[in-house]
Design a protein around this ligand. Structure first.
Ligand SMILES: *Cc1c(COP(=O)(O)O)cnc(C)c1O
Length: 395
């Protein structure tokens, strides 16, 4: 089916057709509603936040560090704050080169900008939709200080391969969509110097608002706590220009409840992923898969559907059509294509022909990709998968 045939289908709501999906289907936020009693108990104490983090934040930190198999964890007020704290703790200075997977969430790029660093983009592997295994040509001679590598969509980066080429840079794994995923038998986030995890809505360890960093390095965790407490060290001296980035007690309670159910949550999402994958495979629809021959198990957060080249220029119309059908489809842009990136890098003399080439090739891949979430019931997933398949077959 050509995009024109698919989009001209008279059965589509956008063309005046009758909606096939009768119910309203939305992704679950993942907030554990049963936590309300424990949240109320926190409110009754009248202490919903503490300097240095309160008892609930510390309970969460202990639990999460143990889960990832790291010594320390620190609970922040957002995933973005956690990433910025991680990058700061890595010791970056003005203009330092920081490698970043172009396949990732915009927050990981924003923190590089806010710490006045130079992003060094790593391209996307078109089968897995995470960073490529072979990236050495993109980092050569740039003296990387750090690297932020994202396990996007809950799929798992081939860490040994990609990180080995980072020339000794401090590795920050962004596992914001991949809590509960494994690489070579270990939880993601345990491989890098720092594992960074968002706890916002729909994330597998949901706090509504929050973020968690893990590390084994006492110096790194100390720098994180200082940075996230207005830059004040343990003696109260403002040693660095910091932020108020610490997480609150009510949010910590929500995350503790979500963490308790993590294995169950991952199973449910992977079960939904399986439903989508099976239906798409039967219909010849291409979707992101794990790396061949790499020992890993994803925790699918979204299913990226990768369309043929013909869809470049039509993908957004397809998403509009799907949303009108009651299918909450969405898209991500590659980070190198964020509109402010090119001018920012040009103004610093960091943009060259290779950047231009990468921007174009990333765009041509991501412009024919849409995503569908996994935070649905199995029944909802059945209905959604069926409708996506039918729409793409012009039915
Ligand atoms: C959500 C997310 C973040 C940012 O988290 P916030 O809590 O929204 O600030 C960072 N990285 C990834 C991969 C994410 O999915």
């Amino acid at each position: 089916m050509t995009p024109a045939q698919v989009l001209a289908n008279k059965n589509l709501v956008i063309n005046g057709g009758c909606r096939v999906i009768k119910q309203e289907i939305a992704e679950d936020t993942g907030i554990v509603a049963d936590a309300f009693g424990d949240v109320a108990s926190v409110v009754k104490t009248k202490h919903t936040q503490y300097w240095g983090g309160g008892p609930k934040a510390h309970e969460l930190e202990r639990g999460f560090a143990a889960y990832v198999g790291k010594q320390y964890a620190f609970f922040h007020n957002s995933g973005t704050a956690a990433l910025q704290t991680a990058l700061f703790a890595s010791g970056v200075g003005d203009g330092d080169a920081v490698a970043i997977s172009s396949s990732g969430f915009i927050a990981s790029l924003n923190v590089i900008y806010h710490l006045r660093c130079r992003p060094v983009f790593l391209p996307t592997d078109p089968k897995t939709m995470v960073v490529r295994q072979d990236v050495s040509q993109y980092v050569k001679g740039l003296h990387l200080k750090s690297a932020i590598i994202t396990h996007f969509f809950g799929n798992v980066v081939d860490l040994s391969s990609t990180c080995e080429q980072m020339e000794g840079a401090l590795i920050i794994e962004d596992g914001g969509q991949a809590h509960g995923a494994f690489y070579e038998g270990r939880p993601v986030g345990s491989f890098g110097d720092i594992g960074s995890f968002a706890c916002s809505n729909k994330k597998l360890v949901t706090a509504g608002q929050g973020g968690l960093n893990v590390t084994d390095d006492p110096h790194l965790i100390e720098m994180m706590r200082v940075y996230a407490h207005h830059g004040k060290d343990r003696h109260g001296v403002e040693t660095v220009p910091g932020y108020n980035f610490r997480g609150g007690e009510m949010e910590a309670v929500l995350a503790i409840h979500a963490l308790r159910d993590l294995a169950k949550r991952v199973n449910a999402r992977n079960k939904v992923a399986k439903i989508f994958h099976k239906r798409f495979k039967e219909s010849g629809i291409n979707f992101a898969v794990p790396f061949d021959g790499v020992d890993c198990s994803p925790a699918w957060f979204d299913i990226p559907v990768i369309l043929s080249d013909a869809w470049v220029g039509y993908r957004d119309d397809l998403i509009k059509a799907l949303i009108m059908e009651g299918v909450p489809a969405w898209k991500y842009d590659p980070l190198i294509c964020a509109p402010w990136v090119r001018p920012y890098m040009i103004s610093h003399g960091w943009w060259d022909d290779a950047s231009e080439t990468m921007m174009r090739s990333e765009k041509s891949l991501w412009d024919r990709t849409f995503v569908i979430g996994t935070q649905f019931t199995a029944d909802e997933a059945d209905v959604l998968a069926q409708r996506i398949v039918d729409v793409l077959n012009a039915q």
